[in-house]
Design a protein around this ligand. Structure first.
Ligand code: NAD
Ligand code: AKB
Length: 312
């Protein structure tokens, strides 16, 4: 096992990715890090270090001194939050990536994972079964940063032989750590409100279909991609990845199968415009063919697991 550093480990993906990597490889060589000065409770046992990805010199020193071989770079502002702080979002989402790609280019890192998103697509992209290669004109700061990041990953891959791998995650649904300010967050919030009050006011309209995925599938996909033989990988930017696609109305109806009294109202806000610019469903043929990807959770199974596990 290679010594691994997860940057932004205290967030929605990081807490579960850290647990997934430690389950597979043991705790000792899997180091969680985040901006947070004290270790987030959700990270459990195992090494933790406070690191700010914006502090390029501190990150370089840590990676080199500690002989880190693999980095998962998760720190970023998500779509809704990024629209409120565009300058900062661009800085955070891009500068950290260069710090890590440069460390890999210099030979300090053997492998890097950097997440992209369905946000790389935009209003001119075909919205149903969006293919890997298509029109990409993202209209959010977040999407622009992810698209630029993908191009830089492909560049470092092709020009410098950097082994950087990436997934265009859909909206992720989980119950261990709350989401960090995205447009797809409603699909997590709804479960907390269903259990707390039996009703939910949704910030997207009832018929807004979006690509989503249960977190266990996302972690499994991440580990599968990182373990795939490099010669099998045809995509040097970021792989399309599909799980489940549904609308708020369809999700509400699934919850009503467990709680017939659950009610939902729709009060779309600025996030509706973001959702309307994103795909409704994703074609992930390259992931299926190159590293045998297949999602395990459908809407019914995901809903049941969420209702059983969300703690209020
Ligand atoms: P999150 O907001 O839940 O977590 C991000 C973590 O990064 C937080 O713990 C935060 O404290 C940390 N962080 C922020 N600034 C930092 C800094 N300067 N230095 C170090 N750590 C810092 O986000 P997430 O949902 O876990 O997403 C992780 C990555 O996956 C992001 O790049 C995001 O764009 C991408 N992604 C997420 C989703 C999703 O649905 N969650 C979908 C597509 C892509
Ligand atoms: C968001 O809504 O911003 C994220 C994403 C799909 O990238 N969940």
């Amino acid at each position: 096992m290679r010594k691994t550093l997860i940057i932004g480990a205290g967030g929605q993906i990081g807490t579960e990715l850290t647990a997934g990597l430690r389950l597979k490889w043991g705790s000792e060589l899997i180091i969680a890090s985040d901006l947070k000065t004290s270790k987030p409770e959700a990270l459990g046992e195992g090494p933790y270090v406070t690191l700010d990805i914006m502090d390029r010199e501190a990150v370089r020193k840590y990676v080199i001194d500690e002989k880190i071989e693999v980095v998962y770079l998760l720190a970023a502002l998500l779509s809704a939050t990024a629209e409120k702080q565009p300058d900062f979002a661009w800085k955070l989402n891009m500068e950290g990536l260069f710090t890590i790609l440069d460390l890999a280019k210099e030979g300090h890192l053997k492998q890097v994972f950097w997440p992209s998103s369905i946000a790389v697509f935009g209003p001119t992209t075909p919205r149903d079964m969006t293919p890997q290669f298509t029109v990409m004109e993202p209209s959010t700061v977040y999407g622009i940063s992810k698209q630029a990041g993908e191009r830089w990953c492909a560049y470092y891959n092709a020009k410098f032989g950097v082994d950087v791998r990436s997934l265009r995650y859909p909206g992720l649904i989980s119950y261990k750590t709350p989401p960090g300010g995205g447009t797809t967050d409603y699909a997590v919030d709804i479960f907390y409100q269903a259990k707390r009050s039996g009703s939910y006011s949704c910030f997207l309209s009832e018929d807004t279909a979006l690509p989503m995925m249960f977190m266990d599938d996302a972690i499994r996909a991440t580990l599968m991609l990182m373990e795939a033989p490099r010669e099998n990988l045809r995509i040097e930017s970021s792989y399309n990845l599909a799980g489940i696609s549904f609308t708020p109305k369809e999700l509400a109806e699934e919850i009503q199968k467990h709680d017939p009294n659950f009610s939902i109202a729709y009060t779309p806000d600025f996030r509706q415009g973001i959702a309307d610019s994103w795909p409704r469903s994703i074609d992930d043929t390259y992931a299926t063919e190159d590293w045998h990807w297949s999602a395990e959770y459908n809407l019914a199974r995901m809903t049941q697991v969420m209702l059983e596990n969300v703690k209020i």
